[in-house]
Design a protein around this ligand. Structure first.
Ligand code: ZN
Length: 408
């Protein structure tokens, strides 16, 4: 078994900076943190760098190609919030160390004609991302309009390999489709209760304050978005905090909805060198469906939630390289999101936690998200010190998934 020791690098272990420490990996695992490099180890001496846990994107819609792109940016795990990469469908992905690992909700519970149908042009098939392999059973589309239907879909979703259960709570107002069919409170309550009875983590798509209240009232565990239809109030922040709910703000998505794309990010040579033309074009574009939104309000809400002690997770909502879903790119946008979190007022260390240890803890991914003995050797090595300068996360020197160095 080959043993690698990374020496001379600062270590951020997912929670805190540890200072300079030796990290030893073997057999796909971290086997030692601190101390001396073993005599038989191949040594990578890397002064001036920082070793981090591989990043986790807590909100994507993905494919093999997108998972490959994510890994090039040091994102070693993507959490799909609607898509086909459920447990029985991903053997060919989970065993491939040249792409990021993935977990998936399968499809979200929504009424027929409900979100996200309004995002796609007529005839577009969101269930079939380009490159998706037709392996495993066809995806289960859990269209529900009654409490009985929603509750009945939960065990079927679990059977189809969902890792967590997603609920869409969206009346279309933010996407320019007011009156979109939406889960009512009773249906949402019944679905969430059923999921919890089955021991499943529950996540809601909510873009407005009202939808956020509905999800919390139903007993949701986490929010896959942050509301963007107005400034926060003390009341809504207290409600989120008191419920112990985590939030994946996806500031990059809210910005894109307001017409603010990722052009500046795409101009960064550290990003440009990793994107093909389709992703470059998409990243420079935007959803642009809610130009009346105020990004400053979103950033202030992020800050208020952080100050209240709410767990924040870095997510992007990156999906396909299409201009109408633009402003986002797999991997790259996780770095962009951390920059936004710092702009909102989080410390760089808080932003790094949001993309590593906090996400692993809230999703029960006990084998990753931190650098500690016995955990997966999912690692990112960067020049500089992102614990003080968040932009340094893009100074990517090396990426390991499961102990395998990308490109080796
Ligand atoms: Zn999404």
């Amino acid at each position: 078994m080959s043993v690698t020791a990374i020496t001379g690098a600062r270590v951020f272990d997912g929670e805190s900076p540890l200072g300079v420490a030796t990290v030893v990996i073997a057999g796909g695992r971290v086997v030692q943190v601190g101390g001396e490099a073993p005599a038989d180890a191949r040594v990578l001496h890397a002064p001036g760098t920082t070793l981090l846990p591989g990043l986790i994107d807590a909100h994507v819609h993905t494919s093999r190609e997108s998972l490959a792109l994510a890994l090039r940016f040091g994102v070693t795990t993507e959490l799909e919030m609607q898509g086909t990469n459920t447990r029985g469908n991903r053997a060919h992905l989970s065993g491939d160390d040249s792409i990021a690992d993935v977990r998936s909700s399968g499809f979200g519970i929504t009424p027929p004609g409900g979100h996200p149908s309004e995002l796609f042009p007529e005839g577009f098939r969101p269930g079939q991302p380009p490159g998706a392999r037709p392996t495993g059973p066809p995806p289960l589309m859990p269209f529900s309009t009654t409490p009985e239907e929603a509750a009945a879909f939960v065990p079927r979703l679990i059977e189809h390999g969902s890792d967590y259960i997603k609920f869409m709570v969206d009346d279309g107002s933010v996407e320019g489709h007011p009156g979109l069919p939406m889960l009512d409170q009773a249906t949402l309550n019944a679905g969430v209760a059923a999921a919890r009875r089955h021991g499943m983590l529950t996540i809601a798509h909510t873009l407005t304050v009202d939808a956020t209240r509905m999800a919390i009232e139903a007993g949701i565990d986490g929010l896959a978005h942050l509301f963007m239809d107005g400034p926060h109030t003390e009341d809504i922040v207290a409600m989120i905090r008191d419920a112990g709910v985590f939030v994946v703000p996806c500031v990059v998505l809210n910005a894109s909805m307001m017409g603010i794309g990722g052009g500046e990010l795409a101009d960064d040579p550290r990003v440009a060198s990793r994107l093909d033309d389709a992703w470059d074009t998409a990243l420079r574009s935007s959803f642009g469906r809610y130009p009346q939104g105020v990004l400053g309000d979103v950033l202030a809400s992020v800050r208020a939630l952080s100050d209240a002690g709410v767990d924040l997770l870095a997510g992007t909502d990156a999906s396909l390289p299409l201009p109408f879903l633009g402003g986002l790119a797999h991997g790259a946008s996780v770095h962009h999101e951390m920059q936004y979190l710092v702009r909102a007022g989080l410390t760089p260390v808080q932003a790094l936690r949001a993309a590593t240890a906090t996400t692993a803890r809230r999703f029960g991914l006990a084998d990753r998200g931190r650098i500690a003995e016995g955990l997966r050797a999912d690692l990112l090595l960067v020049d500089g010190d992102p614990a003080t300068t968040i932009g340094d996360t893009l100074n990517i020197r090396a990426v390991w998934r499961n102990g395998v160095r990308l490109g080796s």
